[in-house]
Write a protein that binds this ligand. Sequence first.
Ligand code: SF4
Ligand code: SF4
Length: 479
Amino acid sequence: MEKIPSKDVTPRQADHQAAQGEAVTQEMYAQRKHIYVREIKGFFQKLRRSANWGLMLAFFLLPWINIGDRPAIWFDLPSREFHIFFGTFYPQEFVLLSWLLIICAFGLFFITVFAGRVWCGYTCPQSVWTFLFIWLEHRIEGPRNKRIKLDNQPLTGEKLRRKTFKHVIWLLIAFATGATFVGYFTPIRDLMPDLATLQAHGWSYFWVGFFTVFTYLNAGWLREQVCIYMCPYARFQSVMFDRDTLIVSYDENRGEPRGRRKRSLSHEEARAEGHGDCIDCDLCVQVCPTGIDIRDGLQYECISCAACIDACDSVMDKMGYPRGLIRYTTENALESKPTHILRPRLIGYLAALLVMVSAFAWAVNDRMPLNFEAERERNDLYQVTRDGQISNVYNLMVRNLDQRDHTYQLSASGLDGLTLDQHSISVPAGESRSEVVTVTVDGDAIQQPSHDIVLTIESERDDSIRLDRDTRFIGELRR
Ligand code: SF4
Ligand code: SF4
């Protein structure tokens, strides 16, 4: 790809150009260097892999779990119903979703202030899928050195076989991811056979294809570039850091001056000869999925995956040095200053988070599983019967938000002698019914042209499920 040269037009540059009589160009785009991530074992990698496998398992299995005859999680967009385990939510309740998103944002702020970018390293889908793809690459093409050699050698039958196999496996995983994602919106037990027999809706093919390509490109090709160049969180997370935030750091005081030395040299002897603890083996760089050298200090590319900690600890073990040359620590601790884990900022985020989670839990728990609208028929003010009765017509909309069928009793109040032509409405679980009811009253009861009345519905099986709607009753005064 041809690079775009850009001209530096700072005054100093302009002076230089004037002096030289020529334009100076400066490359603003660095070519991406492919990162061959070395696999490493260790405590944090065990933790990370457990989190990764657990999250992937949850992602792939959840759409297959049914509650009754419907998926436990099903975002049914055509019906505008969002089934989440035992609850069904509707667009009218989007305020709950907004609260949930705000809680997630505060949760992320809290975690970031406390422990930096651990979300990125351990749970972000981009990292989880990238680590899976790298893990598969390692199984198919071999460890880091073999992969570098394979990429540098000319195309042979063996190379073609391994590369093709790797991409086919990547595409299969990407397809499973895409189909599972769509399975959260279309019941997956119907979707899979429909896809296999080419009976699925056109949009299902489109979205499965889209997310297959999206996953394959992001996790197989773009990898760390998504974290470095595309993710907005990478750009603003550093403003949430303070000097007491846990970050992955290289202990410069202990590690420098770095350099190679004889393996037989004990820790004390190495120190006596003026060596720091870093043996400059480069292992921490080779295991880094974003290709940085943590010894250069905290960098926004670091996703806090702790691979460099495990790598360096394994080196320290081999050398017989104490572990922790690279470790989770704070800037204050690195400067031998006291670290304050419980600090006002962290407590503030925690308090806000607790309040919001409690309010959210209360709102969900206290939510009335019923929606009821009553609107007076506008085209027909009122009717007067021969026997002097006055009636108004109302359009009712009853939505049963519960998991059970309900029959609701209808009543009217606010004016003596109100009667209805219909006294109950049955609505199956999760469905809605529209009804037209007529409310009638004796003409003598009318004291003014418009009366405020209340229409009420109440479940026959649970009297706590009850809603009132204020409306008006229009009539004519008898002279
Ligand atoms: S792994 Fe440890 S010893 Fe090796 S270069 Fe990195 S910091 Fe130095
Ligand atoms: S520097 Fe260490 S913690 Fe940061 S991304 Fe690289 S390996 Fe992970």
